[in-house]
Design a protein around this ligand. Structure first.
Ligand code: NI
Length: 393
């Protein structure tokens, strides 16, 4: 690896920050202590910042005061769930943990800030510490507060066990899915379990509906375009001898193309309507739009690739075989300005693959200097070739 620029003191500082945040995870829009730690670190580095209170994020400003800035983004929030790692710095907050590595993301961007502050770049750098990636789309909150004003391109990253430390995945185009939620309220007519002819059974209709919805992806969507329809929650009925009057289904839809998304949403509506007609029931569909897909722009993906190559060499630069069906609110930034979202390999040596959001999730802290060096290299690359950071390919 080539990140010799990250000396031991920077690594030690990042590790201390990451472990402190890991011990004290905070949920979406409650990141008060996390913000305080970030501000203390920025104060120590002499980097000015804006902060508008709990849940608003911290926006640091480094380097040139005029001209377009490059933004580096770290998400701050943890997840509900009980940690099972047995780490000496495991969560001390019952029912909350950094199961998605956002503690490491904050530490890496602060590490990059330290490297950049030691040798200030000619290009401005915006450090975006964003709340609530997991729930609520904190990206929209910080964008509304003006975090992107004067920013020409944005870069972000996520740790993953899909790769080892020393591997960085960089890709152009769509890398995560659009996510949407749906809810279907089934209203029949309740009755006695022995007299079905006097009732309209919401449970039976729900059974047909579950089966019908499974044919959307398998029979209606072109199989070369990835998509998912998952029904994650079903609720109906009150007693074995009572015909249920109502039922509720809730699910998640993932897609990577707008046309496929439209087809799936319309399909859910059509099937619900048709089953209502078929069984004399009333079915209401509610769609709750989720995060849009993350779509990296070409010029910024190439810049990120050059930066990654400097840190992990050709061997460490990984391509994307297919988009992830997960979702990420970094998409909101990329709806407004160019940028690139990459993945850092963080699977500990000899450890089995552990998915993000698992209570057993942990990272190899060797990823911290890789991440800091990558973010620094992105800024140096943008400084070297400003056109590449601003021109849309
Ligand atoms: Ni995450």
């Amino acid at each position: 690896m080539h990140h010799s620029a990250v000396d031991d003191s920077v690594i030690a500082r990042m590790r201390a920050i990451r472990r402190d945040l890991h011990r004290h995870p905070e949920l979406a829009f409650e990141e008060e202590r996390t913000a305080a730690r970030i501000m203390a670190e920025l104060d120590a580095l002499g980097i000015p910042y804006d902060y508008r209170g709990v849940g608003s994020g911290v926006i640091g400003r480094l380097g040139a005061g005029h001209g377009p800035s490059i933004a580096l983004r770290a998400d701050m929030d943890a997840l509900p769930g009980q940690e099972s790692t047995q780490l000496p710095f495991a969560s001390e907050e019952p029912g909350r943990m950094h199961a998605c590595g956002h503690d490491a993301h904050v530490a890496m961007v602060l590490g990059a800030a330290q490297l950049l502050a030691a040798d200030p770049p000619a290009v401005g750098v915006r450090l975006i510490f964003q709340p609530a990636e997991e729930k609520g789309g904190g990206a929209r909150t910080v964008i509304a507060a003006g975090a992107l004003e004067g920013v020409s391109a944005i870069f972000g990253a996520h740790v993953t066990h899909h790769y080892r430390v020393g591997q960085i995945m960089v890709a152009d185009g769509v890398i995560t899915a659009q996510s949407d939620r749906f809810r279907i309220d089934v209203r029949g007519r309740g009755g006695h379990g022995a007299r079905p002819h006097e009732a309209t059974d919401a449970v039976v209709i729900t059974g047909f509906l579950i089966t019908a919805l499974q044919t959307l992806v398998s029979r209606e969507i072109d199989p070369v375009h990835p998509s998912v329809v998952t029904i994650g929650r079903v609720e109906a009925g009150s007693a074995p001898n009572v015909i249920a009057e109502t039922a509720v289904l809730e699910g998640s839809i993932r897609s990577t193309l707008p046309a496929v998304r439209e087809q799936l949403l319309a399909g859910v509506q059509r099937m619900a309507r048709a089953l209502g007609d078929l069984h004399n029931a009333d079915l209401q569909v509610t769609i709750q739009p989720g995060y849009p897909p993350v779509v990296n722009t070409a010029a910024e993906a190439r810049l990120a690739e050059r930066a990654a190559r400097q840190v992990v060499g050709d061997a460490g630069l990984m391509a994307l075989d297919h988009p992830s069906m997960g979702s990420e609110d970094f998409a909101y930034y990329l709806e407004r300005i160019p940028g690139c979202y990459v993945r850092f390999g963080a699977r500990p040596e000899g450890s089995p693959y552990v998915p993000l959001h698992s209570p057993a999730f942990d990272i190899d802290e060797g990823v911290l200097p890789v991440g800091a060096a990558f973010f620094e290299a992105v800024v140096r690359e943008a400084e070297r070739s400003p056109a590449a950071a601003t021109a849309q390919a």
